[in-house]
Design a protein around this ligand. Structure first.
Ligand code: IMP
Ligand code: MG
Length: 175
């Protein structure tokens, strides 16, 4: 049976903030072509809402990463489950993540992408847990800063469940 989920960020709040970030990205890259890279699986819902509100020439690509393996605490290891399908050398790349927790995944991603010599790299994360960072990690656009509670919904999972919720919530049984 599914545990009780308490709303932390509503559908309306998600929509409004996503549109703000989309506008800022549209302005930043006006007149340029951009490759938007979604980090699977967690960012799929945020990614699709974000790019639908962006008015730019763009291509879409994805990387699959997993650091949790069904557990609540980060193992610190990052497993690449899917690599980019297209070269990004000399391209403007925007990385779209669901959440930065310890920062290990985002830092790993940045290093991987930068080693392929893109024209520029911009990072976006829907959520950031500033108090959970284990190493310094700067993110260019953050949707919401949250506390250390484990959250689910809007693409984020607990043991692969709850991704379909249209809002971000806290799992009562875990926090
Ligand atoms: P980090 O490497 O510790 O920053 O973890 C990043 C990844 O862990 C995210 O992309 C998520 O997939 C997962 N993660 C971290 N915190 C949460 C959470 O509160 N709920 C669901 N997934 C999380
Ligand atoms: Mg993720």
């Amino acid at each position: 049976m599914l545990s009780e989920v308490v709303t932390l960020i509503s559908e309306e709040q998600l929509k409004a903030r996503t549109q703000q970030i989309a506008l800022e990205l549209s302005k930043k890259f006006a007149g340029q072509k951009v490759c938007f890279v979604g980090i699977l699986k967690g960012s799929f819902m945020f990614y699709s809402d974000l790019i639908r509100s962006i008015d730019l020439d763009m291509t879409c690509d994805f990387m699959g990463l997993s650091s949790y393996k069904g557990m609540v605490n980060s193992s610190g290891e990052v497993k690449v489950t899917l690599d980019l399908n297209t070269p990004i050398k000399d391209r403007h790349v925007v990385l779209v993540e669901d959440i930065v927790d310890t920062g290990l995944t985002m830092n790993y991603l940045k290093n991987t992408v930068l080693s392929r010599k893109p024209a520029s790299l911009t990072t976006v994360s829907l959520l950031l847990k500033p108090k959970a960072l284990k190493e310094p990690c700067t993110v260019d656009y953050v949707g919401f800063e949250i506390g250390n509670d484990f959250v689910v919904g809007y693409g984020l999972d607990y043991q692969e469940m709850y991704r379909n919720l249209p809002f971000i919530g806290v799992l009562k049984s875990l926090n």
